[in-house]
Write a protein that binds this ligand. Structure first.
Ligand code: BES
Ligand code: ZN
Ligand code: ZN
Length: 495
């Protein structure tokens, strides 16, 4: 999809559709809506008076052959109250407009900015909304509908702001394409995306982006004594892989901080011997979303070139049942030397993250973030609305929460009191991989990982509820969301 900045007056623009947001209020005919009302000879006022045009979020009003405009259609999209309008709403408005026009076989349109946000942020959000909205999960359908938006023009921006707008547009494309790269990986079924295939795709991405990459096979993983990762992998016919992607800025300062981004990549989670129920198990192909997110972040950083070193660490394995699978009660020794009693083989994400977090520290990470589809309990706590955030260092955690706010990704911090740590004290080993039956499942999962982060400032993002859309949204296809990528890119860029 081509996206360009158009400086021609929008009334004379020949396009399949002119799209603009309308804000909710006592009188929705303000700003752009007032201009369009004038151009169309009072049409918008009439619609507003009749109650058909209110500006309520994602209300759609489609007008064919609007008088006074060269556009074939005028699409007014409700954007809610102007004082609550932000980049997140703008992305939704734009994405929903694209998806609705695409469904109508429209090939091109122009988006008329309302001027409610700073031009650079606004143009970035528009491009992000367009590209994320355009992503489809129909890769394996043989009767793909031939519907495609080929061209979108951004119109109505002040000409004096052209440089800033183009900067925002370029950044928006990098971030959205990286988010779609992540979503594409998450969308792959486990027979098409094994740990080996994920490693190959990471390698191809790194080569194209100009990032350094190392991939460890099962032998190297064993040499490194990553016993926790190996314990999960041992039940599978598919060997594990351990992926390390590194971004180094052009003038790295000695002693400067290094960010370690660790992502869980279980390409399929059956639960292992503590097997999951059949109902809904097919969704466990998305249990590699954390790893895919970190690879997407690295891809974006390669193009955005922040001034800090970042290491992406992705342990990849299946969690299978079989004659070689680990069993409840087995005791494993992690790379760090800590012993783990595996009371439930379905709590495998924390096991592979234990070794990955330890390894990231060995590589010199001074600040850690992990992302993982870690617990069903986070869906109970926060549903599919907020990412669960856990942190060992409030200054570092606050930075991430600020980035989440700036990028419009909903995240909510949960407590990590020492009392919860007691839940995972081991009876027969140093620690056990599930809490001893007192609830707080997401917190005990986080505490388990934290044991391996030690004193290094660390954040854990539980994306089990938010990495997958069970139902299509007007602005986003059903399936992988690519959540947390924007926040993490922002966090690194503002470090
Ligand atoms: N991959 C699952 C968590 C999950 C659940 C992701 C739902 C996405 C949607 C994880 O490996 C798991 O099975 N966790 C267990 C932990 C329990 C055994 C302590 C869970 O949440 O049930
Ligand atoms: Zn599991
Ligand atoms: Zn899992």
């Amino acid at each position: 999809m081509q996206i360009t900045l158009e400086t021609k007056p929008y009334a004379s623009l020949e396009t399949d559709a002119l799209v603009t947001p309308v804000f909710e209020g006592d009188d929705p005919i303000q700003g752009r809506a007032a201009e369009l009302d004038q151009l169309t000879g009072g049409l918008l006022k009439k619609l507003a008076t009749g109650g058909e045009l209110t500006g309520k979020t994602l209300e759609f009003t489609l007008i064919h052959a609007p008088a006074g405009l060269k556009a074939a259609r005028l699409l007014l999209v409700g954007a809610g109250k102007k004082d609550q309008f932000n980049v997140a709403t703008l992305r939704k408005v734009v994405g929903a407009a694209l998806r609705s026009l695409k469904a109508k076989s429209v090939k091109n349109f122009a988006f008329l900015a309302g001027g409610a946000l700073p031009p650079e942020d606004g143009s970035q959000a528009i491009v992000e909304g367009l590209l994320a909205g355009d992503f489809e999960t129909d890769k394996y359908k043989t009767d793909k509908k031939d519907k495609k938006i080929e061209f979108v023009a951004l119109v109505g921006f002040p000409e004096a702001e052209t440089a800033a707008i183009q900067k925002g547009m370029a950044r928006g494309r990098i971030i959205a394409e990286s988010q779609n790269f992540t979503r594409d990986l998450v969308n792959e079924p486990s027979n098409k995306l094994t740990p080996r295939v994920l490693a190959e795709k990471a390698q191809a991405m790194a080569k194209e982006a100009g990032l350094a990459i190392e991939i460890f096979d099962e032998k190297k993983i064993a040499d490194l004594k990553m016993g926790a990762l190996l314990s999960v992998a041992q039940g599978s016919a598919e060997p594990p892989r351990f992926i390390v992607v590194t971004y180094t800025p052009s003038n790295p300062k000695p002693g400067a901080p290094v960010i370690g981004l660790v992502g869980k990549a279980v390409t399929f989670d059956t639960g292992g011997v503590s097997i999951k129920p059949a109902d809904g198990m097919e969704k466990m192909k998305y249990d590699m979303a954390g790893g895919a997110t970190m690879l997407g972040v690295m891809r974006a950083l390669a193009a955005l070139k922040p001034n800090v070193k970042v290491i992406g660490v992705v342990p990849a394995t299946e969690n299978m049942v079989g004659g070689k699978a680990q069993k409840p009660g087995d005791i494993q020794t992690a790379m760090s030397g800590k012993t783990i009693e595996v009371l439930n083989t379905d709590a495998e994400g924390r096991l592979i993250l234990a070794d990955a977090v330890h390894y990231a520290k060995q590589l010199g990470a001074t600040h850690l973030v992990d992302a993982a589809t870690l617990t069903g309990a986070i869906v109970v706590a926060l549903a599919n609305v907020n990412v669960g955030v856990f942190g060992s260092d409030q200054v570092w955690t606050d930075k991430l929460l600020a980035s989440a706010k700036a990028t419009g990704e909903k995240m909510w911090q949960l407590p990590m009191d020492d009392e919860y740590r007691e839940f995972i004290k081991g009876s027969f080993a140093d620690i056990q991989n599930i809490g001893s039956g007192k609830g707080g499942g997401s917190i005990t999962g986080a505490w388990f990982i934290r044991e391996f982060a030690g004193d290094t400032p660390w954040i854990h993002l539980d994306i089990a509820g938010t990495a997958w859309n069970d139902d299509a949204k007007p602005w986003l296809a059903k399936g992988p969301t690519g959540v947390a990528l924007r926040t993490l890119v922002h966090l690194v860029q503002t470090f």
